[in-house]
Unconditional design. Structure first.
Ligand SMILES: NC(=O)c1ccc[n+]([C@@H]2O[C@H](COP(=O)([O-])OP(=O)(O)OC[C@H]3O[C@@H](n4cnc5c(N)ncnc54)[C@H](O)[C@@H]3O)[C@@H](O)[C@H]2O)c1
Length: 323
């Protein structure tokens, strides 16, 4: 009999990595290893989480380390190593400092965990996923990024507040790069299958007012990361990014074929080739198993293309810097 316990290695044990480690324990993901360059920190967090196992019933094997050899045997590697932004910074401002860290981490993943599926969270997201795939040389389905699950959850949450319903019943996809040009897809946003715009029209009785309310929600989604940074002052969002990454880990480990918004490499879909960008993809044991294509209106496609251009500029900057 062969029973395999999935091994998840979290590279970066900071704010997101720490919360994600606890979520992995609560979700009984199997074996969880928290890795960071800060001595004692990942060990301390892992011990703290493990000591709750009697109370949360997690029964998980969890450890912390400063040795990259922990990557050996990893099925999934989640990368949060790098700087978060501070108030006044854009995600793109992190490019140079985080690219160095991601290159180093990618070399370790390539060496020690050559068969793993890698989920990158570090910003600027689309560029860091691109770099991860370049350095590891892994097939594109095994290197993906988390951003869209979070952006879509933010979109759904704001709609839910507006309509006074559970966010669980809202589906509100966001495509494009994880930056100011992201594309919340208003036309596809629905509450239990009913278009949100239809519900807003009923609520306000005026198409103009409904559009105005939705425009404000869309802008808030685009600014949501900065809104949290402004309040926290010392870093960026971490509970919601960790929870979003958890949904991707579960979809992969459980081979559930969930269709989630993720940063995946396109091969002609939506008219884009060889660039990583946020799209809907089916997640399972093979990682991003299929990009889900669907029709975009001229306006939606124009917004998507603008976002692709922003990602291309960022990747171009990386190339110019020789990263
Ligand atoms: N994709 C998203 O949705 C999303 C959302 C929020 C934040 N982020 C990004 O995620 C990243 C992590 O955010 P955070 O709040 O957890 O930051 P954090 O500063 O709390 O944690 C980052 C950790 O990385 C570690 N680190 C640095 N260099 C390393 C290396 N070479 N190897 C291993 N670990 C290393 C640091 O010691 C630190 O503990 C940031 O880049 C942030 O911008 C992404």
């Amino acid at each position: 009999m062969s029973i395999s316990v999935p091994k998840v290695v979290l590279i970066g044990g900071g704010q997101i990595g720490g919360v994600l480690a606890q979520l992995c324990a609560i979700e009984r993901i199997g074996e969880v290893v928290l890795y960071d360059i800060k001595e004692g920190m990942p060990q301390g967090k892992a011990l703290d989480i493990a000591e709750a196992s009697r109370v949360d019933g997690s029964d998980v094997r969890i450890s912390g380390t400063n040795d990259p050899i922990c990557l050996v045997g990893a099925d999934i590697v989640v990368v949060t190593s790098g700087m978060p932004r501070k108030d006044g910074m854009s995600r793109d401002d992190l490019l140079t400092v985080n690219a160095k860290i991601i290159s180093e981490v990618a070399e370790n993943i390539k060496q020690y965990a050559p068969n793993s599926i890698v989920i990158v969270i570090s910003n600027p997201l689309d560029a860091m996923v691109t770099l991860m795939q370049r350095v590891t040389g892994f097939p594109a389905n095994r290197v993906i990024g988390q951003a869209g699950v979070l952006d879509s959850s933010r979109f759904a949450t704001f709609i839910a507040w507006e309509l006074g319903v559970s966010a669980k019943d809202i589906n509100a996809p966001v495509l494009g790069g994880h930056g100011d040009t992201m594309v919340p897809l208003v036309r596809y946003a629905n509450v239990a299958g009913i278009p949100v715009m239809e519900q807003l029209l009923r609520k306000y009785g005026s198409a103009e007012k409904a559009k105005d309310v939705m425009d404000k929600i869309v802008q808030r989604v685009r600014d949501a990361g900065s809104e949290v940074v402004k309040l926290l002052k010392t870093g960026s969002a971490f509970y919601s990014p960790a929870t979003s990454a958890m949904s991707m880990i579960k979809a992969i480990v459980r081979d559930s074929k969930r269709v989630l918004s993720v940063c995946a490499k396109l091969n002609g879909e939506f008219g884009v080739k060889d660039y990583y960008i946020g799209v809907l993809a089916k997640l399972g044991r093979q990682g991003a198993e299929q990009v889900v294509e669907f029709d975009l209106t001229k306006e939606e496609k124009a917004m998507f293309d603008k976002s692709v251009e922003a990602v291309k500029t960022l990747v171009g900057d990386m190339d110019r810097l020789g990263i």
